[in-house]
Design a protein around this ligand. Sequence first.
Ligand code: SAM
Ligand code: CA
Length: 219
Amino acid sequence: MANRTLELDDTLYQYVLDHSIREHPAQTALRAATASHPLARMQISPEQGQFMALLVKLMGARRTIEIGVFTGYSALSVALALPAHGRLLACDLNDAYTRIGQPYWEQAGVADRIELCLGPALETLDARLAGGEAGLYDFAFIDADKVSYDGYYERCLQLVRSGGLIAIDNTLWSGQVAAPATTDDTAALQALNTKLHADQRIDLSLLPLSDGLTLARKR
Ligand code: SAM
Ligand code: CA
């Protein structure tokens, strides 16, 4: 059917990769360095990284936020799309993960654009709001613990400017959002998806890209 999103089998997915991916060598190397990690599936796909980079460039974003860094592939993708004076506030709890990525941020020459903030991201965002940073950011990417997504969303909605964009990852959760929830993560994503659909503070698109990527533009 032409009027709905295609299902990608392995052959067509490989075609998409072969005909679109343009990685910096440091991105390719970071994916290779993460591939053997037991949690490697947490990393965003290269086509998603490239899409987010395109959004950042289209917006002319300069101040950006990431919640959930892991080994730093999505952070690297966004940082490479920023202008030289652009900044990414990168929030994570676990420096054993983020340490893996930092040499690749250096290799790409963008480490100075990334401010890594280790600690519970809700606290980091609250501190930024208390410091007067509401409305100062252009773009935010939410990809940490799912039960806190609503809290991250509400804080990002304050931190981004009018016209700013919040990208929320895993909103289709392997398809589990379409069935009765059996986990707290699924229930949290379902509640957020329902809330976003009715939320008049934003313009909305739920893209069936990777594991589901919701785009919310602050009105
Ligand atoms: N965006 C990353 C990438 O492309 O590689 C993947 C992020 S991974 C799915 C989720 C990350 O969220 C983990 O690195 C984890 O340490 C972090 N995280 C979990 N709970 C958190 C919290 N309360 N505050 C900050 N980071 C948290
Ligand atoms: Ca994710």
